[in-house]
Design a protein around this ligand. Structure first.
Ligand SMILES: *Cc1c(COP(=O)(O)O)cnc(C)c1O
Length: 420
């Protein structure tokens, strides 16, 4: 068992044997060897149909030819210049054409950097300090937002090493609760710089905004001189060409992007209205910088991905994903499994709970032990989903009808094992 041995070895050199906590699972994570299309191979020669997809970036599947070719060409000509390139303009134009709120873009290296910078920008622009986030939302691993966080942090207490001073301006309230937000804003509007929200909460499973909720966020922020930041690191280029803001028809002031925008390479971005974005250095006085910002490798991969993403692409992908969700729903009904299937576009998850999931506390009613059995059974059958109940599953362009058929069969037998 090579993965098992490698995990023993890796734990000597890497804390917990991994470089990001969500990757560790019991008894040991498989070590990846290679990926192609919808498939991922491990070092033991097992092959998995992949619904984790690198936690979101791989909307074209693993190693898509056109992206890999274009990146090869770019690498031959250099990987970072410390000078701007024409391709950055091209990619910015593509983002601006697709994403409703985007009039200007700053490229960074990760989603974490994007949200950190967007929050600084909102504070700089409004001259206020407090921010509101939602319980169970995840906005990366920096200090301001590690309060009741989702993703890997959903199963841990708030992090050590985050000074109270760094989070005393971060207010955390339940998602989909208009009264809680109204009350908070009534109390503190003069001090609140921004609301940062995942329009679909995808780091605590997959929680959609209730009807009218995003519109409500838009109104109450406008009325109170508060910036509305959509953290679309997952939903951007996932729900539609223009992300959640296009999908739900609500335009924020600022958007943060990551994952898909880098075409499988490290990249993030923040974008928004020109008058706000021009506060960023060197144009304005909100400092933001990065050695690898807008590097030509990630930009090339991003360009070749985004160029591909049009209406037809999404209708094909979403239809395929709907057929998977329909199949899962049938399995749940046929077997009287009282679980909650959620999802939209090319996202889905099954909550191991009987109640409707509208927020973090609802999600937390899930039976994570049963979920773990489900995950392990799927893995045995060659299906890889994120190992945590509090993550979201994705489909890619590369997933075939046959993949979906096989996956449904595996899911049914996995769930039978869970409930036998
Ligand atoms: C993944 C994620 C981040 C962090 O992005 P990284 O590239 O991992 O730093 C931020 N916000 C959301 C909504 C995410 O899903």
């Amino acid at each position: 068992m090579k993965s098992e041995d490698l995990f023993k070895e890796s734990q000597k050199y890497l804390p917990g044997g991994v470089d990001s906590p969500v990757r560790a699972f019991k008894p040991y994570p498989f070590f990846a060897d290679k990926g192609k299309g919808s498939k991922l191979w491990d070092v033991d020669g097992n092959v998995y149909t992949d619904y984790c997809l690198g936690y979101g970036p791989l909307i074209m599947g693993h190693a898509p030819e056109n992206i890999i070719e274009s990146v090869y060409e770019q690498i031959k000509n250099g990987t970072t210049f410390g000078a701007p390139t024409e391709k950055e303009i091209e990619l910015a134009k593509l983002v601006i054409n697709k994403v409703p709120c985007a009039e200007m873009v700053r490229f960074v290296n990760s989603g974490t950097e994007a949200t950190m910078s967007a929050i600084r920008l909102a504070r700089g622009f409004t001259g206020k300090n407090k921010i509101i986030k939602f319980e169970g939302s995840y906005h990366g691993a920096h200090d301001y937002v590690l309060v009741k966080s989702g993703s890997g942090a959903a199963c841990l207490p708030d992090s050590l090493g985050v000074p109270e001073d760094a989070t005393k301006n971060t207010l955390s309230i339940p998602f989909n609760d208009m009264d809680a937000l109204s009350a908070l804003i009534e109390l503190e509007a003069d001090e609140i710089a921004a609301i940062i929200v995942e329009p679909v909460m995808a780091n605590i499973g997959c929680i959609e905004p209730q009807k009218g909720y995003l519109e409500f966020l838009r109104e109450i922020t406008e009325e109170n001189n508060i910036m509305l930041i959509f953290d679309e690191v997952i939903t951007g280029f996932r729900l539609s060409e223009g992300g959640a803001q296009e999908y739900f028809g609500v335009t924020p002031d600022l958007v943060t992007m990551g994952k898909i925008i880098g075409g499988g390479f490290p990249m993030g971005a923040l974008a928004g209205k020109k008058e706000i974005m021009e506060f960023i250095a060197p144009c304005g006085s909100v400092y933001q910088a990065g050695t690898f910002n807008g590097n030509p490798v990630s930009v090339t991969a991003g360009l070749n991905t985004l160029e591909f993403l049009d209406k037809k692409f999404y209708s094909g992908l979403n239809e395929k994903s709907q057929s998977l969700r329909d199949g899962i729903r049938d399995i749940l009904e046929d077997n009287d499994f009282n679980l909650k299937l959620v999802g939209l576009a090319s996202m889905f998850q099954i909550y191991f709970t009987e109640i409707e999931v509208k927020n973090y506390n609802d999600a937390k009613t899930s039976d994570v032990d049963k979920f773990s059995i489900y995950f392990q059974e799927l893995l045995k059958k060659g299906i890889f989903i994120p190992p945590s109940q509090f993550e979201c599953c994705f489909l890619s362009q590369a997933h075939s009808r046959e993949d979906i058929e096989n996956t449904l069969n595996s899911m049914e037998s996995a769930l039978k094992v869970v409930f036998e």
